[in-house]
Design a protein around this ligand. Structure first.
Ligand code: HPA
Length: 233
């Protein structure tokens, strides 16, 4: 048991999928894993372990934003010996060619968060995905006929910005989408010598102001979780 996770040693698999929403973790575990058992309910941050094609896998919520995610990721990596974390989350499109429901593999994550400025005494760090996981998720998506975009993203600390055009600068410098967690995940994975990848589904667009109807969300979310599970094998 760690401070925020009540699992006993051995109850969490070496590979963990992390949606932001704990109820999404429950839904993925119940629909995609065999014999899913809940290992955490502290603060309602549900976590489950079960089996995917015979291999033990866990799925746990991260909450929203880098501070929440890093508490859980730190404890998973340091106290439970987790080796691979795949975030399966949603994001907002920063480019007009990205449509609601599209999948994005985050190769790198810039951030407006100061967490790494604190960690690196004001210097910049480049949070990057694990190449093997990225390649394997890409190949799996292509083999399934699922179109994915691969590139850099923005992890922002703010959902409701005062300046509604804040994202344009990041888009001008190549960011495909914005979400709120990946830079924090990639940084801790590097620190603790683990593998990490974010697979994201576009749920809204900052360009067109569209957002996902529920049926698109239902279709898009299992697709990214299935790619994550297959990539973790
Ligand atoms: N901004 C930040 N995070 C997000 C968004 C967004 O527009 N959509 C989904 N996650």
């Amino acid at each position: 048991m760690s401070l925020h996770i009540e699992a006993k040693p051995g109850e969490i698999a070496e590979t963990v999928l992390m949606p932001g929403d704990p109820l999404r973790a429950k839904n993925f575990a119940e629909t995609l894993l065999d014999d899913a058992v809940c290992f955490n309910n502290i603060r309602g941050m549900l976590g489950y372990s079960g089996f995917y094609r015979g291999k033990k896998v866990s799925i746990m919520g991260s909450g929203m934003g880098i501070p929440s995610l890093q508490i859980y990721v730190h404890e998973l990596l340091v106290e439970y010996g987790v080796k691979t974390i795949i975030r399966v989350g949603t994001c907002g499109a920063l480019r007009k060619e990205l449509r609601i429901g599209d999948l994005v593999l985050a190769m790198s994550a810039s951030t407006d968060s100061h967490i790494n400025k604190l960690r690196f005494n004001g210097q910049d760090y480049a949070p990057t995905a694990d190449f093997g996981l990225l390649l394997s998720a890409y190949n799996i998506a292509i083999a399934r006929g699922v179109e994915v975009k691969v590139g850099s993203i923005l992890s922002s600390d703010t959902f409701y910005h005062d300046d509604e055009t804040y994202w344009k600068k990041w888009a001008d410098f190549g960011a495909l989408v914005v979400e709120m967690e990946t830079a924090g995940l990639y940084t801790l994975a590097a620190k603790f010598n683990a593998r990490a990848l974010s697979i994201l589904t576009v749920s809204d667009s900052l360009v067109s102001h569209e957002s996902a109807p529920s049926e698109v969300r239902e279709k898009g979310y299992p697709a990214m979780a299935e790619i994550a599970l297959a990539a973790s094998q």
